[in-house]
Ligand binder design. Structure first.
Ligand code: ZN
Length: 275
């Protein structure tokens, strides 16, 4: 497939869900073979597995003393649109803005700006089926000439068991919002996170329903959001992914384990990780 970038710089601002700080990013077009690169305080941070510095409730990238938090929804959008080259300049705060908690704003603003470039990019594909595990959770990765991502989980509150499979239609996942359970908010805040979280950017689930007045955007919105996160985390591979992934109760930490394993095993994986 051909490499892609966007044709104009795009400015997006909002707040960081974890830092609670105002956040402003400039999405710049980039030359072929640039990859997805974050740029903050004169530091370049390539979106590759070795730059992952945190996976607790968000995926964070860093290099030296610079960190860019919560990159997953932006990366998911770039993965869905096949944008392979971009410089994401973080000019305010140290976190990608959460917007409405979904990838919708990124997707809507970017989709008509995408342009193909001359050079090709090889997708990253697994050659055989394997699983990574952590406790009860596992992720299975298998070869397929497709991008098919399934999430299955048992959610607290009234959401219960959910299973959703993405088969290539961005509209099935871009609107799915970040969610949390009311009983977990205190814990999240006690860890110094979720400072910017509100009903404007998070689906808050209780025992009998959701707190958000507008209700759910999809009946299985949490499972779809988990798929969106996985599409974003998979883009840390540095190239579009082709394969089938089933996540059973996974989160960012397990997604990252799967990414590292795919990297090690795939032909286009970085050599440094394969040793
Ligand atoms: Zn998310």
């Amino acid at each position: 497939m051909r490499q892609r970038t966007i044709k104009d710089t795009l400015r997006i601002d909002g707040i960081g869900i974890h830092t609670g700080e105002r956040s402003e990013i400039l999405l710049h077009p980039a030359e072929e073979n640039t990859g997805i690169v974050f740029y903050r305080n004169r530091t370049l941070i390539q979106a590759v597995p070795e730059n992952v510095v945190g996976t607790f409730l968000s995926t964070d990238l860093g290099s030296g003393s610079e960190v860019v938090k919560t990159v997953e929804h932006l990366l998911a959008t770039l993965h869905l649109l096949g944008v392979t080259n971009m410089v994401v300049e973080v000019v305010g705060g140290c976190e990608i803005p959460i917007m409405d908690g979904s990838a919708y704003v990124f997707y809507k603003e970017m989709k008509d700006l995408v342009v193909e470039q001359d050079e090709e990019v090889d997708p990253v594909s697994p050659e055989e089926t394997f699983r990574v595990r952590s406790g009860e959770a596992w992720i299975e990765v298998s070869p397929c000439d497709c991008l098919e991502i399934t999430y299955e989980g048992v959610f607290k509150g009234y959401m219960g068991e959910q299973r959703f499979t993405f088969r290539g239609n961005a509209k099935d996942v871009v609107l799915a919002r970040t969610f949390c359970f009311d009983e977990d908010i205190e814990f999240i805040r006690s860890r110094g996170l979720g400072k910017g979280g509100s009903l404007d950017n998070t689906l808050v689930i209780g025992r009998n329903g959701v707190y958000n007045r507008e209700g759910l955007r999809y009946e299985d919105e949490p499972a779809r959001h988990k798929v969106l996160d996985l599409i974003g985390d998979l883009y840390l591979l540095g190239a579009p992914f082709k394969g089938r992934v089933v996540s059973h109760r996974g989160g960012h930490t397990l997604n990252y384990m799967a990414v590292r394993e795919i990297y090690k095993r795939s032909k286009s994986g970085l050599r440094s990780l394969r040793s």
